[in-house]
Design a protein around this ligand. Structure first.
Ligand code: ATP
Ligand code: MG
Ligand code: MG
Length: 550
C-alpha cells in the first residue's frame, strides 16, 4: 500500500493520536515559488499528503512566499498543477504572504518583550560579530537599544525610511550560544521590491527562521515535516513559537532529502540549466522536474510507488535512478500497448512476395496479457528493419539477419537473406530476402526453427516518427568528480534524435502523452511540444531492459 509504508514519522503520529496530544493531524507542503518542483519535492509531497490521508487529517499547500525577489506566479501555477498531477489534493491553499500583518505584530510583541532589536551592523560586521563554531560571538553595539527606540526604528523600517541593508530586526537571544542559530538571528530585512501577492505594501520581509514556525503555528500544523538541514534550526523554531506566544504548537520533524544519482536536485541549479539554455525549458524531458518527467512520460503511479519504496529515513543517502526506472517499467508494462517501430531504418525487400499486395496480420497488443487483444498490422513486399538487425559479416553468436541466414519477422513469416544492395561508398542500403509462405505466424509450422525474431514496419504503410532517446544530463558518478561544479559535468550526449517509422494501426489516434511499448526497444510517450500532424515525436521514457550493473 502506497500510503501505509512504515516510517518513524508515522510512529510519532500514531503515538500523538493515542496519547491524545492531538485529535487529528494537519500537515503541509510548503514550497517556495521560486522554481518548478522536482522529484525530491515529490518525496515530500507523498509524505505530507500520504500521512494526512492515512490518518484522516488535513494537508495544506502553502506557498512560502516571503522572498519577493525570486518568486513568480508562473511558479505558483506550475506547483499547483504538479501536485495535482501527482494525484494529491490539498484541503487548503495558503500564501505565507497573507500572514505578513500577523508576523509584523508578533515581531512587535518580541520588541515589547525586549526580545528583539533593530541593528545597524553591515552584513560583513554581522558575520564578524557572529563568531564561529568554536568561538563565541560578540554583542552588537545596537543590542541595548530601548524598547521605544526599537519600536520607533522598526516602524520607520516598515514605512520605507531606510535603504535595503541599512537596518535589520534581530531576535535578542544569546551571542555565545553553542548553536549559532541562537546568536541573535535576523528576523526582518528591508527589501524595496514588489511582491507577487502583496505588491508594494511591504518593504520589510520576514526571514525564513522566523516566518516558517509562525506560518505553521498560524495554520495549526501539528507535524511540520522538513529536510535534515533544518535540524539545527529546530530549537530556534521552538523558541519563536514560544516567545511569539502562538496558540498552536507545531512540532518540527526532519527526514533525509532525496538525492538521485546523476541528478541535480535544487531549483537554483535547475534554473541555471534553463537560463543558460542547456535544456529546452523547465519541462525538458531530461530535467528531474515534475513537468519534465511528465513530458517524458513518467506516470504519477510510478513516482508514488518509488517514493513509497525508498521510505523515510533520518540519514542522507543517494538513490540509484535505476530504481525509479524499475517502477516505471512495472507500471507501464500492463498499460502501454505494443507497437512496432524502427528507429534506424534499413530497407528490406521480399523478392518473391507479389508486388502491390498487402496483407493484414493479427499481432498481440500485450505479450503478457491476452485480454488486451490484437491489432491488424499491414505487411507487404517492402519493409523496414533496424540497421542493427542486419550484419553483412556476422560476428560470433550473431543470430539475426545476414546473407544466407533465416529469421522470423515478428508476427509474420520466416525470411532468408539472399542479396544486399550497396551505395557507391559500399554501405548496405537494401537487403533482399525471400519468404516462405508456409511459415506464417500462427499457422503451426514446425518444419524448421530460426534463432532470432526481429521486428519490422511495412514501408508502404507506415508513419514517419521521430524518436528522442535520453541519457543522464549530469555525469556525477565518478568519485574523482566530487566537488566539481555541476555545470562542468554536463553530459554532452544526453539526447539522441532518430528519424524512423512505425506501424499505423496502433498509432492511429496517438496524441500527446499517450504511452506505447515499442517492441524490443522500450517505453515511449508522445511529446507535447514537437509532435505535429505529419510527424509523431516520441520521448523514450525508459529502455525495456536496464543496462544497470550492480
Ligand atoms: P531546492 O533546494 O530544490 O530549492 P527547497 O528545499 O529550497 O529545495 P522548497 O520549495 O523550500 O525547496 O521545498 C518545499 C518542501 O520540499 C520543503 O519541505 C523541502 O524540505 C522539501 N524538499 C525539497 N527538496 C527535497 C528533496 N530533495 N527531498 C525531499 N524533500 C525535499
Ligand atoms: Mg526552501
Ligand atoms: Mg532552495
Amino acid at each position: 500500500n502506497e500510503t501505509n509504508s512504515s516510517n518513524f514519522i508515522r510512529n510519532i503520529i500514531i503515538n500523538d493520536l493515542e496519547t491524545g496530544k492531538h485529535d487529528s493531524i494537519i500537515t503541509r507542503f510548503p514550497p517556495e515559488p521560486n522554481g518548478y518542483l522536482h522529484i525530491g519535492h515529490a518525496k515530500s509531497i507523498c509524505l505530507n499528503f500520504g500521512l494526512a490521508k492515512e490518518f484522516n487529517g488535513k494537508v495544506n499547500l502553502r506557498f512560502d512566499d516571503t522572498n519577493p525577489v525570486k518568486e513568480d506566479v508562473e511558479y505558483v501555477n506550475s506547483i499547483k498543477e504538479d501536485v495535482q498531477w501527482l494525484g494529491f489534493d490539498w484541503n487548503n491553499l495558503f500564501f505565507a504572504s497573507d500572514y505578513f500583518d500577523e508576523m509584523y505584530n508578533r515581531a512587535l510583541l518580541l520588541i515589547k518583550k525586549g526580545k528583539a532589536y533593530v541593528c545597524d551592523l553591515s552584513p560583513e560586521e554581522m558575520r564578524e560579530y557572529r563568531g564561529t563554531l568554536t568561538e563565541p560571538g560578540k554583542d552588537s553595539p545596537y543590542r541595548n537599544r530601548t524598547v521605544e527606540e526599537n519600536l520607533n526604528l522598526f516602524e520607520r523600517m516598515k514605512n520605507g525610511e531606510f535603504k535595503d541593508g541599512e537596518k535589520v530586526l534581530r531576535a535578542k537571544i544569546d551571542m555565545s550560544s553553542p548553536n549559532i542559530n541562537f546568536r541573535d538571528p535576523i528576523i526582518y530585512r528591508i527589501a524595496h521590491a514588489s511582491h507577487h501577492n502583496t505588491g508594494n505594501k511591504w518593504c520589510i520581509y520576514p526571514m525564513y527562521c522566523f516566518a516558517h514556525p509562525l506560518e505553521d503555528a498560524i495554520e495549526g500544523i501539528t507535524h511540520s515535516i522538513c529536510t535534515l538541514e533544518f535540524e539545527d534550526q529546530r530549537p530556534i523554531y521552538d523558541w519563536f513559537v514560544r516567545e511569539c506566544e502562538m496558540e498552536n504548537i507545531p512540532r518540527q520533524i526532519e527526514f533525509a532529502r532525496l538525492n538521485l544519482t546523476n541528478t541535480v536536485m535544487s531549483k537554483r541549479k535547475l534554473k541555471q540549466l534553463v537560463d543558460e539554455g542547456i535544456v529546452d525549458g523547465w519541462d525538458d524531458p531530461r530535467m528531474p522536474t515534475i513537468s519534465g518527467v511528465r513530458r517524458r512520460g513518467y506516470t504519477p503511479e510510478s513516482i508514488r510507488n518509488f517514493c513509497s519504496e525508498i521510505g523515510v529515513a533520518r540519514a542522507d543517502s543517494k538513490v540509484d535512478s535505476q530504481l525509479l526506472d524499475h517502477f516505471l517499467r512495472e507500471d507501464l508494462q500492463p498499460k502501454a500497448p505494443l507497437v512496432m517501430g524502427v528507429l534506424k531504418p534499413l530497407k528490406l525487400v521480399i523478392t518473391n512476395y507479389p508486388e502491390g499486395q498487402t496483407e493484414m496480420l493479427d499481432i498481440e497488443n500485450n505479450a503478457k496479457d491476452e485480454t488486451k487483444g490484437t491489432r491488424q498490422v499491414s505487411f507487404s513486399r517492402e519493409l523496414y528493419i533496424e540497421q542493427e538487425d542486419f550484419m553483412e559479416e556476422p560476428i560470433k553468436k550473431y543470430f539475426r539477419l545476414f546473407p544466407g541466414n533465416e529469421v522470423r519477422l515478428k508476427g509474420a513469416y520466416f525470411v532468408k537473406c539472399t542479396d544486399v544492395i550497396k551505395d557507391e561508398n559500399g554501405n548496405v542500403v537494401e537487403v533482399h530476402c525471400t519468404y516462405d509462405p508456409e511459415t506464417k505466424s500462427g499457422s503451426g509450422f514446425t518444419g524448421r526453427k530460426v534463432k532470432a525474431t526481429i521486428h519490422w514496419v511495412d514501408a508502404n504503410n507506415c508513419k514517419p516518427c521521430e524518436f528522442r532517446l535520453f541519457e543522464p544530463l549530469i555525469l556525477d558518478d565518478a568519485p574523482e568528480n566530487e566537488g566539481k561544479h555541476f555545470l562542468d559535468q554536463i553530459n554532452e550526449s544526453s539526447i539522441e534524435i532518430l528519424q524512423g517509422f512505425a506501424e499505423t494501426t496502433q498509432l492511429k489516434d496517438a496524441k500527446p502523452l499517450d504511452k506505447f511499448q515499442f517492441v524490443r526497444n522500450g517505453f515511449y510517450s508522445v511529446d507535447t511540444k514537437y509532435t505535429t500532424d505529419d510527424k509523431l515525436v516520441f520521448n523514450r521514457i525508459v529502455p525495456l531492459k536496464s543496462s544497470f550493473k550492480p
